[in-house]
Design a binder for this molecule. Sequence first.
Ligand SMILES: Cc1cc2nc3c(=O)[nH]c(=O)nc-3n(C[C@H](O)[C@H](O)[C@H](O)COP(=O)(O)OP(=O)(O)OC[C@H]3O[C@@H](n4cnc5c(N)ncnc54)[C@H](O)[C@@H]3O)c2cc1C
Length: 375
Amino acid sequence: MLSVWESTSFHGRPHLAVIGGGIVGLFSALFHKRAHPSHRVVVVERGVYPSGASVKNAGFACFGSPSELLADRAKEGEDAMLLRVEERWRGLQELRQELGDAVIGFEPSGGHEIYRVGDALYPPVSHGFDDLNTALRPIFGRPVFTWRNDLIAHFGSKGVEHLAYTDLEGPIDTGRMMRALLRKVAEAGVEFRPSSLVKRLEDRGTHVELELADGTALAADQVLVATNGYTSALLPDLDVVPARGQVVLTKPVPGLALRGTFHLDEGFYYFREYQGAVLLGGGRNLDVTGETTMEDGVTDGIQTALHALLRDVILPGTPFSIAQRWSGVMGFGTDSKSPLIQRHSERVGVAVRLGGMGVAIGIRVARSAAAMMKA
Ligand SMILES: Cc1cc2nc3c(=O)[nH]c(=O)nc-3n(C[C@H](O)[C@H](O)[C@H](O)COP(=O)(O)OP(=O)(O)OC[C@H]3O[C@@H](n4cnc5c(N)ncnc54)[C@H](O)[C@@H]3O)c2cc1C
C-alpha cells in the first residue's frame, strides 16, 4: 500500500539507474544528470556506502611505472601503450580539477619505481629508459622519468640498487575523494540508493527491470552497469575477470621518511606512506588462481610475502606491527587492459573492467559511459 507521495516521489521510474556506486558509477550518474537536469538518476549500490575497489585501493594517482610501460609496449606496441598513458594522465587532471587537490588530499610528492639488487627488470628498463621518455614527450611536453639513486638512502630501504623517479605522480586520500564525490553527486540531484544488491536485470524493450536482493523490483528507462569486478554475477557473458588485491597498513612508524608512491616488480607491489604508517599492497601474482575471486579476504601466502617485503626492504631493522589488513576486487579482461564501455542491449550499457588504474581513468570512463547512455 503506497501513498501517492511514495509512488510519485520514490517509485517514479528513473530515466537512468546506475548499478554500482564506485568512482565510475558515481561520475557516470553525475555527468548524465548534468547533461539532462530534468532526468531522474538513481545509483543503486549494494553497500551502505560505495563498497568496491573505489574505497579499497591504495590511492595512487599514477599513470604507470617504467617497467610496466615498457612491458606494455613490448606486448601491445607503442601506440596502445601511449594511448593508455594519455587516458590516465588526462583522467588524473580531470579528477583533480573536478574535486580539488585539497579535498582529495593529493600530494605532489612524486612516484618511484625501485629495483632490488639483481632485479631482472632493471636491465631492460635501463636499456629502454631514454626511448620511453622520448615516446612520452608528446603527452607530457618534457621528460617524465629520471634516475634518482640518490634518494634510496633517504627512504631507509635495504637491498634497493636503482630508483626511477617522476615528479608527476603522488598519493591521494581515497576515502576523502569518494566522500567528496558522493557529496557532489547528491548536490547535483542524483539519488543514491544504498543497501540495494541487484540480483538480476532484464531489458524488457520498453524499460529495464532490476530485481533486488530484498525481493523488491525497480524499473528504469535505461540502466548502466558499473559493477567492475563484480560484473560476472550480473552479466556472465562479458569478459570481466574478478581480481582480488590484498593490502596491509602498519601502525605509525616513528621517523618514517617515505614520501610519494612506490612501485616494484612491474607494479605487482606498491607502497606509500599514510599518516606516518606504511600502506603496502600486491602479491596477486603469487596466486593468480586463488585471487581470481569476488570474495573479500586475505591469505597466509600473500600476507607472508607482504610482511617479508616490509621487514627486508621497506622497513629494514625497524620494528613494526600491522594495524589493518583488507582486500578489494578489481576487474580485468582476459587479454585486454582496456575498459569495456559498450551497450549490452538497447537499454543496458556497461562501463567496467578498470584494472588497477580506476583512480586515474575512472572519470574518463564515466564520461564516455554517460555519452553512450545519452544516445
Ligand atoms: C587493492 C587495490 C588497490 C588499488 N590501487 C589503485 C591505485 O592506487 N590507483 C588506481 O588508479 N587504481 C587502483 N586500484 C583500482 C581502482 O580502485 C579501481 O579500478 C576502481 O576503483 C574501479 O572503480 P569502479 O567504480 O569501476 O568499481 P568499484 O569501485 O568496484 O565499484 C563497483 C560498485 O558496484 C557495487 N556493486 C557490485 N555489484 C553490485 C550489485 N549486484 N548490485 C549493486 N551494487 C553492486 C559495489 O559495491 C561497488 O561499490 C586498486 C584496486 C584495488 C582492489
